[in-house]
Design a protein around this ligand. Structure first.
Ligand code: NAD
Length: 491
């Protein structure tokens, strides 16, 4: 007998709440294309209810339930709650990873790493909560001037489907540590882990209203959140087009926005690099999460004199890659949805019709259900730098390789897209490392590594079409606070 899909509610005021409309949305397992759950289809009225709950927790009047309990909590108290939350996430790592893996299609080992990263974000911001302080500023005689870092109030968080736990951790962890109350709109394609994480937050001691989740569609719940006048700051991660819409909606009420919009990040391989060390990192940076990573290393630029050798070595590795069901824990799982699968297929058809060279392709394992959204990894060689495949974010396991003649050419190619999120640089030449780290147009530059293993502590964000504002590390705490200057005249 077929099991009825599990049903999920909204999470407001620490309670599971049905959406005002009573409607739900199906959740599809990307490994087999089947519906296995239903989520609540939240919309404007539910967002409004969540924003009011958050406002109460932040600065509500004394008679209201949970009034100001989070906004008035000491920084150390907030840190202790985040610490307990980190411990609960760590203790439920396997459950969370299993849920995330089924919901997103990512292999279990990668989902496990995401759960570990989530706990680490909470741990980092737990420790940082009571170390976020202002300064005193030397001013004229007779004055004392100080700055205060104050929470914005109610912050909105729009989360994509590619790394629900990690992106929630970096965004909500920092916002709560800084003293804000949060309303979160997870992605309709993958939100089940976050509903569980929110419950763990309540168990850890978050008071009602400090954290609220409204699941639903982007055009409904997401748009309502961005437009809501009760939101004091919005953090958005997702596509450039939606990011622009969110910023426009937020601008109608002068709400500050942090946008993290993805990239077309290059890795530059010079002839003097340790190529053996670079190879697994070049492959991992595009295969991780089936290429659905904002910071995916989706372009590789190779110095002409080693180009053919590096392409040959990469091709060997690509041919050995295997895609299959998330639970099989292979190199990569399916893409998250039929829509995303179709988008990647369209890019590849364009590559084929445009005569691009398919230097190598991995395999989809034979027992992968035919209804799943599988795409074997593809290495494209000699991609003209102006080609759409070398310019646009595909968000799939497709690596575009091009060659360069010298350093200036390499920088011109690396900087030659509208994006600027991350860049990787492989060379043993110390002067070149520093010179290029300065010349590359990116929010993060990695030299002889890529991604630094996640780097919870390392500020992250882009320039140009990759967005603006910084998350992660202490920078996120600054972004989730407003600076107030107090000038006291005493003489
Ligand atoms: P998207 O930007 O539309 O969705 C991201 C989040 O925004 C989701 O929670 C969604 O519900 C919400 N959203 C959608 N429309 C909204 C609106 N009008 N107002 C407010 N919120 C809204 O991304 P997508 O359509 O799911 O994916 C399309 C492409 O975006 C991908 O192929 C990829 O290139 C890119 N993407 C990038 C990232 C990243 O990490 N930078 C993440 C996901 C997708």
């Amino acid at each position: 007998m077929l099991q009825a899909p599990e049903r999920h509610s909204l999470f407001i005021d620490n309670e599971a709440i049905a959406p005002a409309s009573g409607d739900s949305l199906p959740v599809i397992d990307p490994s087999d294309g089947r519906v296995f759950a239903q989520i609540a289809r939240g919309a404007g009225a539910d967002v409004d209810r969540a924003v009011r709950a958050a406002r109460r927790a932040f600065d509500g009047a004394g008679t209201e339930p949970a009034a100001g309990l989070w906004g008035r909590a000491d920084a150390a108290q907030r840190g202790r709650v985040l610490h307990r939350w980190a411990d609960l996430v760590a203790s439920q790592r396997e459950t969370l990873a299993t849920v995330e893996s089924r919901d997103t299609g990512k292999p279990l080992a990668q989902a496990r790493a995401d759960a570990v990263a989530l706990a680490r974000y909470f741990e980092f911001y737990a420790g940082a909560a009571d170390k976020l302080h202002g300064q005193t500023i030397p001013y004229r005689h007779g004055y004392t001037v100080l700055t205060l870092r104050e929470p914005h109030g109610v912050t909105g968080h729009i989360i994509p489907w590619n790394y629900p736990m990690q992106i929630f951790g970096r965004s909500v962890g920092a916002a709560l540590a800084a003293g804000n109350a949060c309303v979160v709109k997870p992605a309709e394609d993958a939100c089940l882990s976050l509903l569980r994480v929110a419950q763990l937050g309540a168990e850890a001691g978050l008071p009602p209203g400090a954290l609220n989740l409204v699941t639903g569609l982007g055009a409904e719940a997401g748009q309502a959140l961005a437009e809501h006048p009760g939101i004091d700051h919005i953090s958005f991660t997702g596509s450039p087009d939606t990011g622009r819409r969110v910023a426009q909606a937020a601008a109608t009420h002068h709400c500050p926005v942090t946008l993290e919009l993805g990239g077309k990040s290059p890795q530059l391989v010079f002839a003097d690099a340790d190529i053996e060390a670079a190879l697994p990192v070049l492959v991992g940076a595009i295969v991780q999460n089936a290429g659905q990573t904002c910071s995916a290393g989706s372009r590789v630029l190779i110095e002409a004199c080693v180009h053919d050798r590096v392409i040959g070595l990469l091709a060997e590795r690509f041919a050995a890659l295997r895609a299959g069901p998330a639970h099989a824990d292979l190199d990569l799982g399916p893409l998250v949805s039929r829509r995303q699968y179709q988008r990647v297929r369209d890019f590849l058809s364009e590559a084929q019709s445009g005569g691009l060279r398919f230097a190598a392709q991995g395999v989809v394992v034979g027992d992968a259900p035919p209804e799943g959204f599988y795409q074997a990894p593809v290495l494209l060689a000699d991609v003209p730098p102006v080609h759409r495949l070398a310019q646009e974010e595909i968000f799939g396991p497709v690596l575009a390789a091009s060659r360069f003649d010298d350093e200036a050419h390499a920088v011109a190619l690396a900087n030659g897209t509208p994006y600027g999120l991350v860049a990787g640089l492989w060379t043993r030449d110390g002067a070149r490392q520093l010179r290029l780290a300065r010349q590359l147009r990116a929010g993060q530059v990695f030299v002889n590594n890529y991604g630094a293993g996640g780097g919870v502590e390392l500020p992250f964000g882009g320039v140009g079409r990759s967005g603006y504002g910084r998350e992660k590390g202490f920078e996120a705490l600054y972004a989730f606070t407003a600076l107030k200057t107090v000038a006291l005249r005493h003489d």
